[in-house]
Design a protein. Structure first.
Length: 253
C-alpha cells in the first residue's frame, strides 16, 4: 500500500554516521520529547490514546462519520506547555477514508474542547481509500487506552536534536525507529513545515503518531490493531498555541 503526498521534504537513511537533514521539520513544543508509556504507573498524569470520537464538531464532512480520535492531550499536564484555561484538551484527529490525507487538514480547538474544522480536502475518488478504509474490517474506532508521557533520556534527546539539525549521529541503536512521540524532535520520514492558516506563522510540532493503535510494538501486529495497516506510515500534528489551531498530515516511507 502506497500513500503519495505532494512534498518537497526529503529524508536520508538513518545509518550510523550518516548525515541526515530535516530542514522541513518544525522543532517540537514542548522542546523535550516524550514517548508513550502504555502501562502508566500510579500517580502519573494520564493521557487518552484513541477511543470513541464523541467530540462536538469533529465529524468528517466528506465521510459523514466521526474523525479518527488518535489521542486527546490533557492541558493540565504542565509538560505539554499548554494554557489549560484556553486548551483544557487538544484532540489529535484524522481521517483515512477520504481526501484528507492528501492535502492540508486543519482545525481549531475551542475552549470547551469542541472542534471547528478550518481546512478539509474534498473527496478524491481517484486516490482516496474510500469508505472501507485501508484494510478489511476497518472501522476508524480504536479502543481507548490510558497512557503516560515518558521523557526521552538526556542522551536520546541530544541525538534526536542533533539529527534534526542535520548532524551526523553514531550509535543511535533503535532510537531512530518510528515511535509515538509528543514534542521534541521525532523521526519523521518525510517531514513538512506547517504554517497556521490563521496567523501564517510556522507551527511547532506537537506529536508524531505511528501505525500502532494498540501499543508500541510493530512486530506481529494485526491490521485491526493499526491505524492504517502500514508500518511505514505516521500521522504528524503541529499546533499553533496562539490561534489554538492543529494542522495534521501523514508521512510515509
Amino acid at each position: 500500500m502506497v500513500f503519495d503526498q505532494e512534498t518537497e521534504a526529503g529524508v536520508v537513511e538513518c545509518g550510523a554516521g550518516e548525515k541526515m537533514g530535516n530542514d522541513d521539520q518544525s522543532k517540537g513544543d514542548p522542546e523535550w520529547g516524550y514517548w508513550l508509556n502504555f502501562s502508566p504507573r500510579d500517580g502519573e498524569v494520564v493521557q487518552q490514546f484513541c477511543g470513541v470520537n464523541d467530540i462536538a464538531g469533529a465529524d468528517c464532512p466528506n465521510c459523514g462519520r466521526p474523525l479518527v480520535r488518535v489521542m486527546s492531550l490533557d492541558g493540565q499536564d504542565e509538560r505539554l506547555n499548554l494554557d489549560p484555561e484556553r486548551h483544557a484538551v487538544v484532540h489529535l484527529l484524522y481521517c483515512w477514508t477520504c481526501g484528507i490525507p492528501y492535502q492540508e487538514f486543519a482545525y481549531r480547538m475551542k475552549r470547551d474542547g469542541s472542534v471547528e474544522l478550518l481546512r478539509v480536502a474534498p473527496r478524491m475518488p481517484g486516490v482516496e481509500l474510500g469508505p472501507e478504509g485501508p484494510y478489511e474490517g476497518y472501522t476508524g474506532v480504536f479502543p481507548a487506552q490510558r497512557v503516560s508521557l515518558e521523557a526521552i533520556s538526556t542522551e536520546g534527546q541530544r541525538k534526536l536534536k542533533a539529527r534534526h539539525a542535520g548532524e551526523a549521529v553514531e550509535d543511535h541503536g533503535g532510537l531512530f525507529d518510528l515511535h509515538h512521540q509528543v514534542g521534541g524532535y521525532p523521526v519523521i520520514l518525510n517531514p513538512q513545515l506547517r504554517y497556521c492558516p490563521v496567523c501564517d506563522e510556522e507551527m511547532p510540532l506537537l506529536a508524531a503518531i505511528c501505525n500502532e493503535a494498540a501499543g508500541n510494538d510493530p512486530v506481529g501486529v494485526r491490521d485491526e490493531d493499526t491505524f492504517v495497516g502500514n508500518c511505514g506510515v505516521q500521522m504528524v500534528f503541529n499546533f499553533c498555541r496562539k490561534c489554538s489551531v492543529v494542522s495534521a498530515y501523514h508521512s510515509s516511507d
